[in-house]
Design a protein around this ligand. Structure first.
Ligand code: GLU
Length: 435
């Protein structure tokens, strides 16, 4: 039997990372088993399932590299088939009509539960059972003539030949109903695996209020798709050893449902950021530069390529997300960058600092050659001669040339800026901050 999984989202315009994790697991399982991964767009909520919402969904999948086999199935195209199935169930006495609430609003079609206990072996949670008395008959076609989720979902899984339904454990209750429907429709019941939810630090479902929750947020914030993919895969699954950074191929190779954890998984954005930093480090230099140039362009920064490449080398190892790049390098490309107020107050507006900056300016001007080694030596010599201490010299110079207190090693920064810019910036700081 060829494994066929599917992702069956209801598009809303934003794709929650919990849903995307379900998509990733379906994709990984299908790829691991040499099967197929299908897409079904459950677009029956016409208000929310706009073309934009559907496009956002397709873009998010594309960005994460979740390639789909065959054409997506749009649930709205299947309405007639769903209604025909309801008719068939009615004619067999497995469903009945009722004017729910007796409000004269027309009749619903209601599925008759078989009245027996039901159990199934969940691929992640093990055997799950529900007593007959806890399972009520349920609506499959509303009084306005539209099919309900349960019927549409089951009918379309049958249509798509789905062998494994991997979805969130908020659907467990539904699954008991769905199994009854499969049987009534004369179809083979697929395998089910229910993923535990992802939570915040308090153990509540992870939501927008806890931080970034949508795939688009992470994309905008400069996370790399491979890092998010890796992170979401480990959110509730482990390879069984201590590997954390794993390529897509390694994940496909190692992924099994048995290794999915059955308890909730807690989102840790710090860990994701760390992981993204590891992926940033692994990027080939050309790819890093391409992302960096693109960021500059988006920010409206005009950069001379050779100069920019030197700048990128300085920050390469400090970048955790693509979004870090512009704030880290902005001062290299603009002479009237802003000064961090706190840093100015603490380090520049102090007695003696103007003298220090003035002295360093003279020293830098007097160097035969101005590069990282000579600038470094000049700073160290001055620290020693003046007896001022390291921080009292380095910090004001750094803030004067960059506006901020921290960054890559100072001497290479000065060297890349070049002597002329350094002198001009020391002058600017002297004019602004020496009373
Ligand atoms: N559209 C449903 C959802 O997003 C589908 C659930 C399922 O995977 O069967 O919750």
């Amino acid at each position: 039997m060829k494994v066929r999984t599917r992702f069956a989202p209801s598009p809303t315009g934003n794709v929650h990372i919990g849903n995307m994790r379900a998509a990733i697991y379906n994709w990984l399982f299908a790829r691991h088993m040499g099967g197929e991964f299908l897409l079904r767009v459950e677009d029956t909520d016409i208000e929310r399932s706009t073309p934009e919402a559907i496009q956002a969904l397709l873009d998010a999948m594309d960005w994460l590299g979740l390639d789909v086999d065959g054409e997506p199935l749009y649930q709205t195209t299947r309405q007639q088939a769903h209604l025909d199935a309801a008719e068939a169930l009615l004619s067999k006495g497995m469903a009945y009509k009722e004017d729910k609430g007796g409000m004269g609003q027309g009749e619903c079609v209601i599925f008759r539960m078989p009245g027996t206990d039901s159990s199934f072996v969940d691929g992640i949670k093990g055997e799950l059972t529900k007593k007959a008395e806890n399972m009520q008959d349920f609506v499959i076609v509303r009084s306005n003539g539209t099919p309900v989720f349960h019927l549409a979902n089951v009918m379309d899984d049958i249509e798509q030949g789905i062998t494994h339904v991997i979805r969130g454990d908020d659907h467990i209750e539904n699954t008991f109903r769905h199994i009854a429907l499969y049987k009534a429709l004369g179809a083979e019941v697929p395998n089910f695996a229910h993923l535990p939810m992802i939570t915040n630090a308090q153990g509540k479902p992870y939501s927008k209020r806890d931080g970034d929750a949508f795939v688009g947020d992470f994309r905008e914030k400069g996370f790399l798709p491979e890092a998010l993919f890796n992170y979401l895969t480990l959110l509730g699954w482990s390879p069984g050893d201590d590997r954390e950074i794993m390529t897509r191929e390694e994940l496909v190779e190692a992924f099994t449902l048995e290794r999915c954890q059955s308890s909730a998984a807690q989102v840790d954005l710090k860990k994701l950021t760390w992981m993204n930093g590891e992926y940033m480090l692994k990027l080939p230099n050309e790819e890093f530069e391409a992302l960096a140039f693109q960021s500059l362009e988006t920010a409206g920064i005009d950069a001379e390529p050779e100069y920019a490449e030197q700048v990128f080398k300085l920050i390469r190892e400090r970048v955790k997300t693509v979004a870090d790049i512009v704030p880290m390098v902005g001062f290299f490309f603009s002479d009237d960058f802003e000064y961090d107020e706190k840093a100015v107050k603490k380090k520049l507006l102090k007695d003696g600092v103007a003298d220090t900056l003035g002295n360093m300016k003279t020293i830098f001007q007097g160097l035969d050659v101005f590069n990282a080694e000579t600038a470094d030596k000049a700073l160290h010599d001055f620290v020693e001669e003046s007896g001022l201490g390291f921080g009292a010299v380095m910090a004001p110079v750094r803030i004067a040339v960059s506006g901020v207190q921290s960054g890559p090693d100072l001497a290479p920064v000065l060297a890349v800026l070049g002597r002329n810019r350094v002198i001009a910036r020391l002058d600017r700081a002297l004019a602004l901050f020496s009373a």
